[in-house]
Design a protein around this ligand. Structure first.
Ligand SMILES: Cc1cc2nc3c(=O)[nH]c(=O)nc-3n(C[C@H](O)[C@H](O)[C@H](O)COP(=O)(O)O)c2cc1C
Length: 368
Protein backbone atom coordinates (compact mmCIF):
# COMPACT_ATOMS: atom_id res chain seq x y z
CA UNK A 1 0.00 0.00 0.00
CA UNK A 2 1.35 3.42 -0.86
CA UNK A 3 2.04 5.95 1.81
CA UNK A 4 -0.64 8.21 0.41
CA UNK A 5 -3.31 5.59 0.61
CA UNK A 6 -2.35 4.63 4.15
CA UNK A 7 -2.51 8.25 5.09
CA UNK A 8 -5.97 8.65 3.61
CA UNK A 9 -7.37 5.72 5.45
CA UNK A 10 -5.92 7.05 8.65
CA UNK A 11 -7.69 10.29 8.10
CA UNK A 12 -10.96 8.51 7.58
CA UNK A 13 -10.78 6.56 10.77
CA UNK A 14 -9.50 9.57 12.60
CA UNK A 15 -12.88 11.02 12.12
CA UNK A 16 -11.07 14.07 11.05
CA UNK A 17 -10.90 16.77 8.57
CA UNK A 18 -9.94 17.09 5.03
CA UNK A 19 -6.58 16.37 3.71
CA UNK A 20 -5.19 18.21 0.89
CA UNK A 21 -2.60 15.46 0.82
CA UNK A 22 -2.50 14.95 -2.93
CA UNK A 23 -0.02 16.59 -5.20
CA UNK A 24 -1.26 19.96 -6.35
CA UNK A 25 -3.15 20.13 -9.59
CA UNK A 26 -6.46 20.84 -11.20
CA UNK A 27 -8.37 18.06 -9.52
CA UNK A 28 -7.15 19.09 -6.10
CA UNK A 29 -8.17 22.65 -6.79
CA UNK A 30 -11.67 21.62 -7.81
CA UNK A 31 -12.17 19.37 -4.78
CA UNK A 32 -11.48 22.12 -2.26
CA UNK A 33 -14.84 22.99 -0.66
CA UNK A 34 -14.51 26.70 -1.39
CA UNK A 35 -18.10 27.57 -0.45
CA UNK A 36 -17.74 25.81 2.92
CA UNK A 37 -14.53 27.77 3.57
CA UNK A 38 -15.93 31.15 2.44
CA UNK A 39 -16.70 32.38 6.00
CA UNK A 40 -12.93 32.53 6.62
CA UNK A 41 -12.60 34.99 3.73
CA UNK A 42 -15.65 37.09 4.61
CA UNK A 43 -14.76 37.64 8.28
CA UNK A 44 -14.75 41.33 9.03
CA UNK A 45 -16.71 42.35 5.91
CA UNK A 46 -19.89 43.56 7.60
CA UNK A 47 -21.22 47.05 8.29
CA UNK A 48 -22.70 46.41 11.74
CA UNK A 49 -19.97 46.06 14.42
CA UNK A 50 -21.88 43.17 16.01
CA UNK A 51 -21.93 41.29 12.71
CA UNK A 52 -18.26 42.09 12.22
CA UNK A 53 -17.36 40.58 15.60
CA UNK A 54 -19.69 37.61 15.02
CA UNK A 55 -18.08 36.90 11.66
CA UNK A 56 -14.83 36.14 13.51
CA UNK A 57 -16.49 34.37 16.45
CA UNK A 58 -17.94 31.71 14.13
CA UNK A 59 -14.35 30.64 13.35
CA UNK A 60 -13.99 29.34 16.93
CA UNK A 61 -13.03 25.80 17.79
CA UNK A 62 -16.03 23.75 18.91
CA UNK A 63 -16.74 20.05 19.49
CA UNK A 64 -17.29 18.03 16.30
CA UNK A 65 -17.57 21.37 14.50
CA UNK A 66 -21.29 21.47 15.40
CA UNK A 67 -21.27 25.31 15.47
CA UNK A 68 -24.24 25.39 17.86
CA UNK A 69 -24.19 29.18 18.26
CA UNK A 70 -27.14 31.38 17.30
CA UNK A 71 -27.06 35.17 17.60
CA UNK A 72 -30.03 37.49 17.98
CA UNK A 73 -29.43 41.19 17.30
CA UNK A 74 -31.52 43.49 19.49
CA UNK A 75 -31.76 47.28 19.16
CA UNK A 76 -28.60 49.11 18.16
CA UNK A 77 -26.00 47.56 20.41
CA UNK A 78 -27.21 44.32 21.98
CA UNK A 79 -26.66 40.65 21.18
CA UNK A 80 -28.30 37.61 22.68
CA UNK A 81 -26.27 34.43 22.17
CA UNK A 82 -28.10 31.09 22.27
CA UNK A 83 -26.89 27.51 21.99
CA UNK A 84 -28.88 25.48 19.46
CA UNK A 85 -29.72 22.29 21.38
CA UNK A 86 -30.66 20.40 18.24
CA UNK A 87 -26.88 20.30 17.66
CA UNK A 88 -26.15 18.45 20.93
CA UNK A 89 -23.81 15.45 21.11
CA UNK A 90 -25.56 13.13 23.57
CA UNK A 91 -23.17 10.18 23.18
CA UNK A 92 -19.80 11.94 23.53
CA UNK A 93 -20.99 14.94 25.54
CA UNK A 94 -23.92 13.74 27.64
CA UNK A 95 -23.88 16.78 29.98
CA UNK A 96 -23.19 19.37 27.25
CA UNK A 97 -19.94 20.24 29.03
CA UNK A 98 -17.84 20.35 25.88
CA UNK A 99 -20.50 22.21 23.91
CA UNK A 100 -20.53 24.83 26.68
CA UNK A 101 -16.73 25.08 26.48
CA UNK A 102 -17.17 25.67 22.74
CA UNK A 103 -19.57 28.53 23.56
CA UNK A 104 -16.86 29.95 25.85
CA UNK A 105 -14.42 29.88 22.92
CA UNK A 106 -17.04 31.69 20.81
CA UNK A 107 -17.66 34.41 23.43
CA UNK A 108 -13.93 35.01 23.87
CA UNK A 109 -13.29 35.29 20.14
CA UNK A 110 -16.29 37.65 19.89
CA UNK A 111 -14.70 39.76 22.64
CA UNK A 112 -11.24 39.72 21.02
CA UNK A 113 -12.65 40.69 17.59
CA UNK A 114 -14.83 43.45 19.05
CA UNK A 115 -11.84 44.81 20.97
CA UNK A 116 -9.84 44.98 17.76
CA UNK A 117 -12.68 47.03 16.31
CA UNK A 118 -12.74 49.49 19.23
CA UNK A 119 -15.53 47.97 21.33
CA UNK A 120 -15.68 46.58 24.81
CA UNK A 121 -18.39 44.03 25.63
CA UNK A 122 -20.57 44.04 28.74
CA UNK A 123 -21.49 40.35 29.05
CA UNK A 124 -24.08 38.78 31.32
CA UNK A 125 -23.78 34.98 31.29
CA UNK A 126 -26.92 32.85 31.47
CA UNK A 127 -29.15 35.86 32.32
CA UNK A 128 -32.27 33.64 32.54
CA UNK A 129 -30.58 30.60 34.08
CA UNK A 130 -28.79 27.64 32.55
CA UNK A 131 -31.63 26.63 30.25
CA UNK A 132 -31.94 30.09 28.68
CA UNK A 133 -29.60 32.08 26.44
CA UNK A 134 -25.87 31.66 27.05
CA UNK A 135 -25.18 35.38 27.14
CA UNK A 136 -26.63 38.84 26.82
CA UNK A 137 -24.04 41.30 25.51
CA UNK A 138 -23.87 45.04 25.06
CA UNK A 139 -21.33 46.65 22.72
CA UNK A 140 -19.75 49.86 24.06
CA UNK A 141 -17.02 52.01 22.53
CA UNK A 142 -13.64 51.65 24.20
CA UNK A 143 -11.29 49.01 25.53
CA UNK A 144 -7.85 47.86 24.46
CA UNK A 145 -6.88 45.67 21.53
CA UNK A 146 -5.80 42.10 22.18
CA UNK A 147 -2.63 40.88 20.41
CA UNK A 148 -4.09 37.37 20.12
CA UNK A 149 -6.38 38.69 17.37
CA UNK A 150 -3.42 38.45 14.98
CA UNK A 151 -3.60 34.64 15.02
CA UNK A 152 -7.31 34.06 14.35
CA UNK A 153 -6.91 33.00 10.71
CA UNK A 154 -3.98 30.67 11.38
CA UNK A 155 -5.57 28.77 14.27
CA UNK A 156 -6.67 25.30 13.21
CA UNK A 157 -7.05 21.92 14.89
CA UNK A 158 -4.09 19.90 13.64
CA UNK A 159 -4.59 16.13 13.85
CA UNK A 160 -1.29 15.16 12.20
CA UNK A 161 1.73 13.71 13.95
CA UNK A 162 4.01 16.43 15.32
CA UNK A 163 7.78 16.75 14.86
CA UNK A 164 9.98 14.84 17.27
CA UNK A 165 11.45 17.85 19.04
CA UNK A 166 10.71 19.61 22.28
CA UNK A 167 8.77 22.84 22.22
CA UNK A 168 11.08 25.79 22.80
CA UNK A 169 11.60 27.16 26.29
CA UNK A 170 10.17 30.51 25.17
CA UNK A 171 7.03 28.87 23.84
CA UNK A 172 6.63 26.82 27.03
CA UNK A 173 6.85 30.00 29.09
CA UNK A 174 4.33 31.76 26.83
CA UNK A 175 1.84 28.89 27.03
CA UNK A 176 2.26 28.40 30.77
CA UNK A 177 0.35 31.69 31.21
CA UNK A 178 -2.76 29.97 29.89
CA UNK A 179 -2.51 26.27 30.86
CA UNK A 180 -0.39 23.63 32.54
CA UNK A 181 2.09 22.24 30.01
CA UNK A 182 3.22 18.64 30.50
CA UNK A 183 6.47 17.97 28.66
CA UNK A 184 8.51 15.79 31.03
CA UNK A 185 9.21 12.45 29.35
CA UNK A 186 7.50 10.38 32.04
CA UNK A 187 4.32 12.48 31.97
CA UNK A 188 4.21 12.44 28.18
CA UNK A 189 4.58 8.66 28.02
CA UNK A 190 1.69 8.14 30.45
CA UNK A 191 -0.54 10.63 28.62
CA UNK A 192 0.20 9.14 25.21
CA UNK A 193 -0.87 5.78 26.51
CA UNK A 194 -3.99 7.02 28.23
CA UNK A 195 -5.20 9.25 25.39
CA UNK A 196 -4.68 6.42 22.93
CA UNK A 197 -6.55 3.88 25.07
CA UNK A 198 -9.43 6.33 25.33
CA UNK A 199 -9.47 6.87 21.55
CA UNK A 200 -9.59 3.14 20.96
CA UNK A 201 -12.50 2.75 23.37
CA UNK A 202 -14.37 5.57 21.66
CA UNK A 203 -13.89 4.10 18.19
CA UNK A 204 -14.88 0.62 19.30
CA UNK A 205 -17.93 1.64 21.34
CA UNK A 206 -20.53 1.40 18.64
CA UNK A 207 -23.23 3.76 19.92
CA UNK A 208 -20.57 6.42 20.59
CA UNK A 209 -18.80 5.99 17.24
CA UNK A 210 -22.20 6.06 15.54
CA UNK A 211 -22.56 9.69 16.62
CA UNK A 212 -19.32 10.58 14.82
CA UNK A 213 -20.12 8.49 11.76
CA UNK A 214 -23.51 10.22 11.47
CA UNK A 215 -21.67 13.54 11.38
CA UNK A 216 -19.15 12.53 8.72
CA UNK A 217 -19.32 14.57 5.53
CA UNK A 218 -17.70 12.47 2.83
CA UNK A 219 -16.43 14.51 -0.10
CA UNK A 220 -16.94 18.02 -1.37
CA UNK A 221 -20.67 17.74 -2.18
CA UNK A 222 -21.54 16.59 1.36
CA UNK A 223 -19.21 19.16 2.94
CA UNK A 224 -20.72 22.00 0.94
CA UNK A 225 -24.26 20.80 1.76
CA UNK A 226 -23.48 20.61 5.50
CA UNK A 227 -20.33 22.60 6.32
CA UNK A 228 -20.04 21.23 9.83
CA UNK A 229 -19.34 17.92 11.59
CA UNK A 230 -16.41 15.74 10.57
CA UNK A 231 -15.35 16.78 7.08
CA UNK A 232 -13.50 14.19 5.04
CA UNK A 233 -12.56 15.69 1.74
CA UNK A 234 -9.77 16.10 -0.75
CA UNK A 235 -9.07 14.28 -4.01
CA UNK A 236 -7.85 10.99 -2.51
CA UNK A 237 -10.89 10.49 -0.33
CA UNK A 238 -13.15 11.48 -3.21
CA UNK A 239 -11.52 8.86 -5.43
CA UNK A 240 -11.88 6.20 -2.76
CA UNK A 241 -15.53 7.06 -2.35
CA UNK A 242 -16.09 6.80 -6.09
CA UNK A 243 -14.74 3.25 -6.21
CA UNK A 244 -16.67 2.17 -3.11
CA UNK A 245 -13.67 2.04 -0.78
CA UNK A 246 -14.87 4.77 1.50
CA UNK A 247 -18.13 3.71 3.01
CA UNK A 248 -19.74 5.17 6.08
CA UNK A 249 -20.76 1.77 7.42
CA UNK A 250 -17.15 0.44 7.39
CA UNK A 251 -16.20 3.09 9.91
CA UNK A 252 -18.34 1.25 12.46
CA UNK A 253 -16.90 -2.20 11.88
CA UNK A 254 -13.65 -2.94 13.77
CA UNK A 255 -13.22 -6.18 11.80
CA UNK A 256 -12.62 -4.41 8.48
CA UNK A 257 -9.06 -3.84 7.35
CA UNK A 258 -9.84 -0.17 6.70
CA UNK A 259 -10.89 0.28 10.32
CA UNK A 260 -7.76 -1.49 11.62
CA UNK A 261 -5.48 0.59 9.45
CA UNK A 262 -7.27 3.72 10.55
CA UNK A 263 -6.69 2.79 14.17
CA UNK A 264 -3.01 2.21 13.40
CA UNK A 265 -2.58 5.55 11.65
CA UNK A 266 -4.38 7.50 14.37
CA UNK A 267 -2.20 5.82 16.96
CA UNK A 268 0.92 6.89 15.04
CA UNK A 269 -0.29 10.49 14.82
CA UNK A 270 -1.29 10.59 18.49
CA UNK A 271 2.03 9.05 19.54
CA UNK A 272 3.91 11.77 17.68
CA UNK A 273 3.39 14.11 20.61
CA UNK A 274 6.00 15.56 22.95
CA UNK A 275 3.82 17.87 25.03
CA UNK A 276 0.28 18.25 26.31
CA UNK A 277 -1.69 21.23 27.56
CA UNK A 278 -4.12 20.81 30.43
CA UNK A 279 -6.92 23.02 31.71
CA UNK A 280 -8.60 22.20 35.00
CA UNK A 281 -11.23 23.99 37.04
CA UNK A 282 -12.12 23.84 40.73
CA UNK A 283 -15.83 23.64 40.04
CA UNK A 284 -17.73 22.32 37.05
CA UNK A 285 -20.57 24.83 36.71
CA UNK A 286 -21.71 26.23 33.37
CA UNK A 287 -19.76 29.40 34.20
CA UNK A 288 -16.61 27.34 34.88
CA UNK A 289 -17.07 25.65 31.51
CA UNK A 290 -17.47 29.01 29.73
CA UNK A 291 -14.27 30.21 31.42
CA UNK A 292 -12.47 27.04 30.34
CA UNK A 293 -13.51 27.78 26.75
CA UNK A 294 -12.26 31.36 27.02
CA UNK A 295 -8.93 30.06 28.34
CA UNK A 296 -8.71 27.32 25.74
CA UNK A 297 -9.05 29.59 22.72
CA UNK A 298 -6.57 32.05 24.24
CA UNK A 299 -4.14 29.17 24.66
CA UNK A 300 -4.70 27.94 21.12
CA UNK A 301 -4.24 31.44 19.65
CA UNK A 302 -1.09 31.96 21.72
CA UNK A 303 0.26 28.57 20.61
CA UNK A 304 -0.49 29.50 16.99
CA UNK A 305 1.48 32.70 17.52
CA UNK A 306 4.41 30.57 18.70
CA UNK A 307 4.26 28.48 15.52
CA UNK A 308 2.79 25.52 17.41
CA UNK A 309 0.03 23.14 16.34
CA UNK A 310 -2.64 21.87 18.74
CA UNK A 311 -5.35 19.25 18.90
CA UNK A 312 -7.70 18.59 21.80
CA UNK A 313 -7.74 14.90 22.74
CA UNK A 314 -10.97 14.85 24.68
CA UNK A 315 -11.87 11.16 24.72
CA UNK A 316 -10.66 10.38 28.26
CA UNK A 317 -12.55 13.43 29.59
CA UNK A 318 -15.90 12.22 28.29
CA UNK A 319 -18.60 11.22 30.74
CA UNK A 320 -20.08 7.97 29.39
CA UNK A 321 -19.91 4.66 31.27
CA UNK A 322 -17.48 2.86 28.92
CA UNK A 323 -14.91 5.64 29.59
CA UNK A 324 -15.26 5.66 33.40
CA UNK A 325 -11.86 4.07 34.08
CA UNK A 326 -9.91 6.44 31.81
CA UNK A 327 -11.90 9.40 33.15
CA UNK A 328 -10.87 8.46 36.70
CA UNK A 329 -7.23 7.97 35.63
CA UNK A 330 -6.95 11.28 33.83
CA UNK A 331 -8.40 13.07 36.84
CA UNK A 332 -6.06 11.30 39.22
CA UNK A 333 -3.11 12.29 37.04
CA UNK A 334 -3.97 15.87 36.17
CA UNK A 335 -6.41 17.27 38.72
CA UNK A 336 -6.58 17.81 42.46
CA UNK A 337 -9.40 16.00 44.28
CA UNK A 338 -12.73 17.55 43.31
CA UNK A 339 -11.35 19.40 40.29
CA UNK A 340 -12.45 18.75 36.71
CA UNK A 341 -10.09 18.39 33.76
CA UNK A 342 -11.92 20.56 31.24
CA UNK A 343 -9.47 20.29 28.32
CA UNK A 344 -6.49 18.15 27.37
CA UNK A 345 -4.65 18.71 24.12
CA UNK A 346 -1.57 17.76 22.16
CA UNK A 347 0.92 20.53 21.41
CA UNK A 348 3.86 20.50 19.01
CA UNK A 349 5.29 21.51 15.67
CA UNK A 350 3.01 20.24 12.91
CA UNK A 351 2.63 20.59 9.15
CA UNK A 352 0.58 23.43 7.67
CA UNK A 353 -3.10 22.53 7.24
CA UNK A 354 -6.22 24.04 5.73
CA UNK A 355 -9.13 25.62 7.61
CA UNK A 356 -12.26 23.64 8.47
CA UNK A 357 -15.72 24.40 7.06
CA UNK A 358 -18.18 26.84 8.58
CA UNK A 359 -21.84 27.70 8.04
CA UNK A 360 -22.19 31.26 6.69
CA UNK A 361 -22.85 33.77 9.47
CA UNK A 362 -26.24 34.66 7.99
CA UNK A 363 -27.49 31.14 8.76
CA UNK A 364 -26.59 31.56 12.45
CA UNK A 365 -28.68 34.69 13.01
CA UNK A 366 -32.05 34.35 14.74
CA UNK A 367 -34.78 36.61 13.46
CA UNK A 368 -37.15 37.14 16.39
C1 LIG B 1 -14.49 21.26 23.84
C2 LIG B 1 -13.80 20.81 22.59
C3 LIG B 1 -13.41 19.48 22.45
C4 LIG B 1 -12.76 19.04 21.29
N1 LIG B 1 -12.32 17.74 21.22
C5 LIG B 1 -11.63 17.33 20.12
C6 LIG B 1 -11.09 16.01 20.05
O1 LIG B 1 -11.22 15.21 20.97
N2 LIG B 1 -10.39 15.65 18.94
C7 LIG B 1 -10.22 16.52 17.90
O2 LIG B 1 -9.58 16.16 16.91
N3 LIG B 1 -10.72 17.78 17.94
C8 LIG B 1 -11.41 18.20 19.02
N4 LIG B 1 -11.88 19.49 19.09
C9 LIG B 1 -11.61 20.41 17.96
C10 LIG B 1 -12.81 20.53 17.04
O3 LIG B 1 -13.07 19.33 16.37
C11 LIG B 1 -12.53 21.68 16.05
O4 LIG B 1 -12.41 22.87 16.79
C12 LIG B 1 -13.60 21.83 15.00
O5 LIG B 1 -13.67 20.71 14.17
C13 LIG B 1 -13.34 23.07 14.13
O6 LIG B 1 -12.07 22.99 13.53
P1 LIG B 1 -10.94 24.09 13.76
O7 LIG B 1 -10.58 24.11 15.21
O8 LIG B 1 -9.80 23.63 12.91
O9 LIG B 1 -11.48 25.43 13.33
C14 LIG B 1 -12.52 19.95 20.24
C15 LIG B 1 -12.92 21.29 20.38
C16 LIG B 1 -13.54 21.73 21.53
C17 LIG B 1 -13.92 23.18 21.69
Amino acid sequence: MTYSRRKMIGLIGGGVVLAATASAGGFLATRRPTRALAPWASAGNYADPRMRALSYAILSPNPHNRQPWVAELQGEDRLIIHRDKTRNLPATDPFDRQLTIGMGCFLELLRIAAADDGFVLQTDLFPLGEDGPVAEIRFEKGGAKDPLFAHVFDRHTNRNGYEDRAISADAQTALAKFATIKSAQGDVAVLRDLTWQAMEIEMKTRHVMQESVDLMRLGKAEIEANPDGISLGGPFLESLKLVGMLRREDQLDPTTSGFKQALDMIQKAMNATNAYAVLTSKGNTRIDQIHAGRDWIRLHLAATGQGLAMQPVSQSLQEYPEMAKQYAQVHELLAKPGETVQMLGRVGYGPAIDASPRWPLETRIAHG
